[in-house]
Design a binder for this molecule. Structure first.
Ligand code: M6P
Ligand code: ZN
Length: 176
């Protein structure tokens, strides 16, 4: 089998916009794409987050997510969240900028969260749905690395949501 020759590269908190330029896929998620995810109805035209995706090195995919700061009601901006279609596929998140929280949940309903600051690596084991929340006042930027066979399964989360939510209380993010 012939393998396409790739040129090595690094991604840093400073140069990630260069990586965005190399990406073949770019998705913008606005309030109207996230109706039913927040407790309140989001402004349909507000950009909540953007994802830049590329074929990574070998059999991996790389995705850079930029979550805009802000809240819908008192709930902090967040991604949709998903399980992987492949039950054996895990994922690694590497936080580059801002303050985030990753919420995870398995199919039995066990939940877990980790705070993400620049330099944090979060290991998402197979079988755990994952959602990221911007808990800060600037963009939250992170890089995700996952097998190219993982696939996104949004159905369960779309229907039932996550048990944990990140809400503002007394001016600060609180996980409820
Ligand atoms: C991370 C990765 C991507 C995912 C993106 C946005 O970058 O997990 O695979 O697409 O976050 O999350 P979601 O697809 O749940 O909206
Ligand atoms: Zn994933």
């Amino acid at each position: 089998m012939s393998v396409k020759k790739e040129w090595p590269f690094g991604i840093t908190p400073e140069n990630y916009p260069e990586f965005m330029g190399k990406c073949s896929e770019h998705t913008t998620r606005k309030g109207k794409d996230l109706e039913g995810y927040f407790l309140e109805k989001p402004d349909p035209d507000r950009v909540i987050y953007e994802v830049y995706e590329a074929q990574g090195t070998g059999r991996m995919r790389l995705a850079l997510t930029i979550l805009k700061p802000g809240k819908v009601g008192t709930e902090y901006h967040m991604t949709k969240g998903h399980f992987h279609e492949d039950p054996e596929a895990g994922e690694i998140y590497f936080a580059l900028k801002g303050q985030g929280i990753i919420i995870m949940q398995d199919r039995e309903g066990q939940a877990c969260d980790l705070s993400l600051r620049p330099g944090t690596v979060a290991c998402i084991p197979p079988g755990w749905a994952h959602r990221t929340v911007n808990a800060g006042k600037e963009d939250f930027v992170m890089l995700a690395i996952y097998p190219d066979t993982a696939g996104h399964d949004y159905a369960a989360i779309e229907k039932k949501g996550f048990i944990r939510r990140v809400m503002e209380k007394d001016g600060k993010p609180q996980i409820m």
